[in-house]
Write a new protein. Structure first.
Length: 252
């Protein structure tokens, strides 16, 4: 476990730092001041709690919930002593739940149910998300007629959304069939899993599109030429990885 943590924790810290920077920069376009210090520190607290939650130290304590409580107290304390701006406090808490809180689930899912199978578990939402994107793109381009969310993302269609769900189901069906010993899902569970993950992947994509449209930007940053920023790549996974963890707990 320790070898894996040495690799994944620095990677998550990097994603935290860059994602927070992108959020701060985007919202500054609307003259909304997010606290970079609050978001990074709260993210580090949450990642630390996520490490502790891997049954490494006093497993009876819900470490992530403890971290959430500390972060909320930190947020209110910072707001009280820096102008008591309720609007700014609300945006900072929203930004915390959107990125730092969600990133902790990447670590938790990586080690569920254990360090050996965790890498396969983590691959489930990644594969489902990519399949959803590809299926939605090709079906939407060829058959798309009805707009899905025109005020947020005018190019996405209901037909494309259904195509994404179908693609996710087929890809996961094949993947889980190949790894049946690791994932003892029946067909109904498989259908529910694919449906929820695919819908959530699209929700994550639309959520980031909503934020970008609100802030008046095309991409979260230009870190990845031709592909936007880190948040443009993580938008769906930020939602699907936490959901995958809870579905795995329920189904297995």
């Amino acid at each position: 476990m320790w070898i894996g943590l040495v690799l994944i924790v620095p990677a998550l810290i990097y994603l935290l730092w860059v994602s927070v920077d992108e959020l701060v920069t985007m919202f500054s376009k609307r003259d909304i001041r997010l606290s970079r210090t609050f978001l990074v520190v709260s993210g580090l607290i949450t990642l630390g709690a996520s490490v502790l939650s891997l049954n490494m130290f006093m497993p009876e304590i819900p470490w992530r919930e403890v971290a959430l409580g500390l972060v909320i107290l930190y947020a209110f304390g910072q707001a009280l002593f820096s102008g008591a701006d309720i609007t700014e406090l609300s945006y900072n808490l929203m930004a915390y739940l959107y990125v730092p809180w969600m990133l902790g689930y990447f670590l938790i899912l990586r080690y569920y149910p254990n360090g050996h199978l965790g890498i396969i578990t983590l691959s489930l939402p990644i594969l489902a998300t990519f399949a959803t994107d590809i299926g939605a793109f090709f079906v939407g381009r060829s058959l798309g007629r009805h707009k899905l969310a025109p005020t947020v993302s005018p190019n996405k269609t209901i037909e494309g959304s259904i195509g994404g769900i179908a693609a996710a189901f087929l890809v996961l069906l094949a993947y889980i069939w190949l790894l049946a010993e690791a994932f003892p899902f029946d067909l109904l569970q498989m259908l529910v899993f694919a449906l929820l993950i695919s819908i959530t992947a699209q929700l994550g994509d639309l959520t980031e599109s909503m934020i970008k449209r609100y802030c008046g930007v095309k991409d979260s940053s230009n870190l990845l030429p031709g592909h936007g920023g880190i948040l443009d790549r993580l938008d769906s996974l930020i939602f699907t990885i936490p959901l995958t963890y809870y579905l795995m707990v329920i189904f297995t």
